[in-house]
Design a protein around this ligand. Structure first.
Ligand code: MN3
Length: 241
């Protein structure tokens, strides 16, 4: 049995070990606004739906292994620890983001970390996808052209000082905009983030997301990202926003 088969087997065993309402927690996040996408504690790292090396050469295998298993794993553990014994313990992940304030530092950082990464994995795909005509029309309407949108998103990633995320969000009336947030802040954090909205597309620009392959060349990582965007998932999130 190789390592991947072992991981697959043990994660399946983990799913089987859960029963009743908990079983949905182990289901990977695949689309917005369904109950299994908005889990409750204890939180778990959703398994990737593709192999660690599936995004090569754009995102390398070791980065994916460390990023998914170790970094995301730590956010989940720290989130579970941080909410334990607090009123947040009975809330869903989205409710936690809606309610968290800058006073709840650990919950803000690790709740954001868990949500952002669970989302990020679904927004990547080894399969070549393209934005639909409908999505392109919405992008053209709000940004002028697809190229202008891409430029704006790239700039949001490049100019985020230090660690953070670039986002495409849908606000009221599905109006699209591009923002960036520091650290693990998320556009659903109503008490923290200025421009709120439903995340449609997200890019992790923390150094841990690219440093092994791209070192200090964040713009190269951002350019490579466009080769592995899962436009089917972006579309689904836009439709549900
Ligand atoms: Mn990350």
């Amino acid at each position: 049995m190789n390592k991947r088969e072992f991981i697959k087997l043990t994660s399946l065993a983990g799913v089987a070990a859960l029963s009743g309402p908990l079983s949905s927690l182990a289901v990977p996040v695949t689309s917005a606004k369904t109950s299994s996408d908005d889990p409750k504690a204890p939180f778990v790292v959703p398994p990737l739906t593709y192999a660690y090396d599936a995004l090569e050469p754009y995102i390398d295998k070791m980065t994916m292994e460390l990023h998914h298993d170790k970094h995301h794993g730590a956010y989940v553990k720290n989130l579970n620890d941080a909410i334990n014994g607090t009123p947040f313990a009975t809330l869903s992940l989205e409710e936690i983001l809606h309610k968290v304030t800058d006073k709840d530092k650990a919950i803000r950082n690790n709740g954001g970390g868990h949500y952002n990464h669970s989302l990020f994995w679904t927004l990547l795909s080894p399969k070549k996808t393209t934005p639909s005509e409908k999505l392109k029309a919405a992008i053209n309407k709000d940004f002028g052209s697809f190229e202008k949108f891409r430029e704006k998103f790239n700039d949001a990633g490049k100019t985020q000082f230090g660690s953070g995320w670039a986002w495409l969000i849908a606000g009221p009336g599905k109006k699209l905009s591009v923002i960036n947030t520091p650290n693990q802040d998320n556009p659903l954090m109503h008490n923290i983030v200025k421009e709120k909205g439903t995340p449609i597309l997200a890019l992790d620009v923390w150094e841990h997301a690219y440093y092994l392959k791209y070192q200090n060349k964040r713009p190269d990582y951002i350019n490579a990202f466009w080769n592995v965007v899962n436009w089917d998932e972006v579309e689904k999130r836009y439709n549900n926003a």
